[in-house]
Design a protein around this ligand. Structure first.
Ligand code: 5AD
Ligand code: SF4
Length: 430
């Protein structure tokens, strides 16, 4: 979501005549778009904003004024305090107001400094004037905010309560993107499966939205992130069989394999309920790739809770997982919980999660060697001389070949690593 907010600001500014530069010294506007979900991200935000205000101070009087913007969730969290802490910051803007970046820059020219952190609950917050793009895939925000208040999480406080975007606007945007060459859309929302729009008198849930998008000619693939296990309905599960463009991949964060910890996290489901959902989806779509998030070292997590998590990872047979060290967030309830887990214990547990999953991923990827996969070509790979794309299951493939960007290439898989597949393009005529 944060990455997409950066893209939106870039696109809005390019409509106003700005051009992107790789060199901060050349920039008239510098935006540090920040994330507050974990402490490390917040610390990184402070160090980069510190660097840019220093750069601003060094700029000579004869040069044009440089505008420094502190945007995103850390901006929302800290508000005007940031102006005092970092002299040289001109604009502090929260995540629901980043669509006003062009106006705010003009306002700062008049007023000196601007703080825009009051939540925008109108449809305007979804403004996304993406110009013609040669990109292969695009993010499309369909809802924002969260009503769940998981005890460790800061998102509901900073992005506010759930608000869904009008379905008509979403469909129009996807048409526009497809006309400009996009083949895959990734529908975004903090809690994407509680999407609902009533604005035209008829209830549209994520299922109906997917039905409409599935009809768009030229669109090849549709994904949606992130799903909350407790809101994953039977109806939505059917989207994986009813709509051919909906990819067989679901990111379904469980966070812990211990029911005791899940309760403390206020996640609203048990391990058994979660597992039932995975099994149900797999009866509908046996090959579906499931990925997940885990938080390691939530307050009071003990050796048994950790064992439950490791056991669960083996049982769930995830394609891949993201695991994070628990970090206290000032606004979230769990920051007041006692019995914090020591950092060296967290690090050990994190490693164990990692190695457990690597073994599973390697098994899944290894079984794909010798198969031909349909890969949507995204461009050059970071691995020299190779192209890169993804399978419908979301697996990264680095391959030898010359397939045009944006096409779906048949790739014969001949190798794999812990996080990617390797292969060779097999052109149709061969
Ligand atoms: N500490 C560590 N990880 C967190 N996440 C959210 N809040 C925290 C926190 N306080 C993780 C969750 C979520 C992902 C986006 O970030 O796993 O799914
Ligand atoms: Fe945070 Fe929980 Fe909402 Fe996800 S569902 S954004 S973890 S409060």
């Amino acid at each position: 979501m944060n990455e997409h907010d950066s893209e939106r600001m870039l696109s809005i500014l390019s409509d106003s005549g700005y051009v992107a530069t790789d060199n901060p010294k050349d920039a008239e506007v510098i935006i540090v778009n920040t994330c507050s979900v974990r402490e490390k991200a917040e610390q990184k935000a402070y160090s980069s904003i510190g660097r840019y205000v220093e750069l601003k101070k060094r700029k000579s009087e004869s040069e044009k004024k440089r505008v420094v913007v502190f945007s995103g969730c850390v901006a929302q969290q800290e508000g005007d305090e940031l102006l005092r802490r970092f002299r040289g910051v001109d604009i502090v803007v929260g995540p629901s107001q980043v669509h006003r970046i062009d106006e705010l820059i003009k306002q700062a020219e008049i007023d000196g400094t601007v703080v825009a952190v009051s939540p925008d609950v109108s449809q305007k917050r979804f403004r996304n004037p993406v110009k013609d793009t040669n990109g292969v895939k695009a993010f499309v925000t369909i809802m924002e905010g969260c009503n769940n208040f998981c005890s460790y999480c800061t998102v509901p406080y900073l992005r506010g309560r759930e608000i869904s975007r009008n379905a008509r606007h979403i469909i129009d945007e996807v048409y526009r993107l497809v006309a400009s060459g996009v083949k895959e859309v990734i529908l975004l929302g903090q809690n994407v499966n509680s999407y609902h729009d009533n604005s035209e008198g008829e209830l549209i849930t994520l299922y109906e939205l997917l039905a409409s998008l599935n009809d768009i000619k030229g669109l090849e693939r549709i994904r949606f992130i992130t799903s909350h296990p407790k809101d994953l309905t039977d109806k939505l599960m059917h989207a994986f069989t009813d709509f051919d463009k909906v990819c067989p991949h679901i990111h379904l964060p469980i966070q812990s394999g211990s029911n005791r910890i899940l309760k403390l996290m206020a996640r609203g489901y048990t391990v058994e309920e979660y597992m039932n959902k995975i099994e149900k989806i797999k009866t509908l779509r046996p090959d579906i790739a499931v990925t997940s998030d885990f938080i390691v070292g939530f307050p009071s997590e003990n050796a048994d809770d950790h064992k439950d998590t490791i056991f669960f990872i083996r049982r769930a047979n995830y394609d891949n997982i993201f695991s994070f060290k628990y970090s206290d967030r000032p606004l979230a309830r769990a920051s007041t919980y006692g019995d914090k887990v020591q950092m060296h214990v967290i690090s050990e547990r994190l490693k164990e999660l990692h190695y457990t999953q690597v073994g599973i991923t390697r098994k899944i990827y290894g079984a794909l060697v010798g198969t031909t996969q349909k890969v949507l070509v995204e461009g050059e790979s970071k691995k020299q001389g190779r192209q890169q794309g993804r399978t419908a299951h979301g697996r990264i493939v680095n391959f030898l070949g010359n397939a045009p960007k944006g096409t779906i290439a048949n790739v014969l898989i001949d190798d794999y690593s812990d996080n990617a597949l390797y292969g060779k393009h097999i052109p149709e005529e061969e």
